[in-house]
Ligand binder design. Structure first.
Ligand SMILES: NC(=O)c1ccc[n+]([C@@H]2O[C@H](COP(=O)([O-])OP(=O)(O)OC[C@H]3O[C@@H](n4cnc5c(N)ncnc54)[C@H](O)[C@@H]3O)[C@@H](O)[C@H]2O)c1
Length: 466
């Protein structure tokens, strides 16, 4: 049975009798209908009545109604108001701009703004590289979306995507002190997106593409990388690939298999799957077999698009065709970034001994992790309520911190692999085990380690190139 988590939590304000057993009655009522009580605050008190805010995690809107009804049904209790705590923290948005300079008097004003600022403008006009020294550019990233592939919600458009992009910006600031700003575009036209991002690039030292549907995301990223002199990084692709490669390195340490001898099955060849495969190929795996909604990807399959043709050419050495279930037979590793409930424990049993299963489809994985662990030695998911959470937050803040610090003009696979190694290395051999192959997203060692690795990779390349 699913357990309510903090993603959906409510606060119910009730008026209740001031009797000795009132608190017990209220909390019992919440528990009896399956709510998880998280706080009980008396906000007002009178001789014969108390006013209480009861906070609880719930499963759904219907479940919230059940809890409210259970409280309301108690003798002498009246529900005054029900607030959705997730909506409450979104009121007015989640980020803001704060000036770094004091503007107390005319003197301050003349330096921060006109007339003094004009000399700074002229300096940048004469030497555009000075923009990194004298403006926000140095530390600022655009989080760009067209709202076409938002979470698991699909094409919900730019305005509905904004809460996710604000959240992303908040994570950038919290984990790596990067100033990121949401740029939600009201167009789904590839050429127009490229033109707009190119035009707004002067303000930014990096572009984080987000929640743009495949296959358009591949072309948009590739063309922007060609045209811009700042790094362009599609987090759904490369953030995921970095964390998967890190987690796989540690999972294979646990089971003692070299990647060069592993057959890896990747289910899902969209944004995440394609990037995972491309980065894994840099590690010389024994073989990779990719499968999507139409089965195993092989060179002779009909109607392959450009992306799938490239994947087919670089994977599936034995030219297998068939279904995902066929691919799993004898495989050492399964990586799923596709769809829920595609197989069960019986298919895991057909994999090689000491199998590794990463079932990352969100919110419901390709296989129930408890089923998977009946036959697999290491299991990971994208979920926070299970060990080994594959979460992009482990990668993107530190990646951009490193890129911005090094004034990087591009990003490439060497930097992605450096980031993956840094994440894997945070889990030292004393802590490594089947339930701990990636660090916690709250491990404060992660972002600085990733940033340092990326900074070094940029500088090493520059040393070689210049
Ligand atoms: N850190 C994480 O845990 C993480 C990161 C990225 C993506 N994901 C999850 O991975 C999934 C895919 O994300 P994406 O952005 O690559 O999506 P996408 O739409 O770009 O690609 C989806 C892929 O899955 C395949 N697919 C769909 N239904 C299938 C089925 N029934 N059987 C086999 N293959 C099927 C499609 O053919 C396609 O190749 C989502 O559930 C997403 O939430 C998780």
């Amino acid at each position: 049975m699913p357990v309510p988590g903090p993603g959906y939590s409510i606060t119910v304000r009730v008026e209740a009798p001031s009797s000795a057993n009132a608190a017990g009655d209220l909390t019992t009522a919440v528990g009896q209908v399956g709510g998880v009580l998280t706080a009980f605050d008396v906000v007002d008190s009178h001789p014969d009545a108390i006013v209480v805010d009861i906070s609880a995690n719930v499963l759904s809107a219907e479940h919230a109604d059940d809890i409210t009804a259970a409280l309301d049904a108690l003798p002498g209790v009246r529900v005054r108001k029900v607030s959705d705590r997730t909506f409450l923290i979104h009121l007015g948005g989640k980020i803001e701009v704060t000036p770094k300079v004091a503007l107390r008097n005319r003197d301050d004003l003349s330096r921060a703004y006109t007339p003094g600022v004009a000399r700074v403008c002229r300096a940048i006009a004469a030497n555009p590289e000075d923009a990194r020294r004298l403006t926000i550019k140095r530390n600022t990233v655009a989080v760009v979306t067209d709202g076409t592939a938002v979470l698991g919600l699909g094409n919900i458009g730019p305005a509905a995507a904004l809460p996710v992009m604000e959240g992303k910006a908040a994570l950038f600031k919290k984990f790596a002190d990067v100033d990121a700003w949401p740029v939600c575009l009201d167009t789904q036209d590839t050429e127009e997106i490229i033109r707009i991002v190119r035009a707004l690039a002067p303000v930014y030292a990096g572009i984080n593409l987000e929640d743009i549907a495949a296959p358009r995301c591949f072309e948009i990223e590739a063309r922007l990388r060609e045209q811009l002199d700042i790094p362009v990084f599609h987090d759904d692709q490369h953030g995921t690939a970095i964390v998967v490669v890190a987690a796989l390195r540690n999972a294979l340490r646990v089971v003692g298999k070299p990647i060069e001898e592993c057959k890896i099955v990747v289910s899902g060849v969209g944004a995440a799957g394609s990037a995972i495969i491309r980065l894994l190929l840099r590690k010389n795996p024994g073989d990779i077999v990719a499968a999507d909604i139409d089965g195993i990807v092989h060179a002779d399959r009909a109607n392959l698009d450009d992306n799938l043709r490239q994947i087919a050419a670089a994977t599936n050495r034995s030219g297998m065709s068939g279904s995902l279930h066929d691919a799993l037979v004898g495989a050492d590793v399964f990586i799923g970034v596709s769809a829920p409930n595609l197989f069960g424990a019986e298919q895991v049993a057909t994999m090689a001994d000491d199998a590794v299963v990463f079932a990352l489809a969100n919110p419901d994985p390709e296989i129930d992790p408890l089923e998977a662990q009946r036959h697999a030695s290491v299991v990971a998911t994208g979920r926070s309520d299970y060990p080994n959470q594959i979460n992009n937050v482990l990668a993107f803040p530190g990646v951009f911190r490193g890129l911005l610090d090094a004034h990087a003009h591009h990003i490439d696979d060497e930097m992605l692999l450096a980031a993956a190694n840094a994440i894997a290395d945070v889990v030292d051999s004393d802590r490594l085990n089947a339930s701990y192959i990636v660090p916690s997203v709250f491990d404060t060692a992660v972002a600085p380690a990733v940033a340092e690795a990326v900074r070094n990779a940029v500088r090493e390349q520059r040393g070689e190139d210049e």
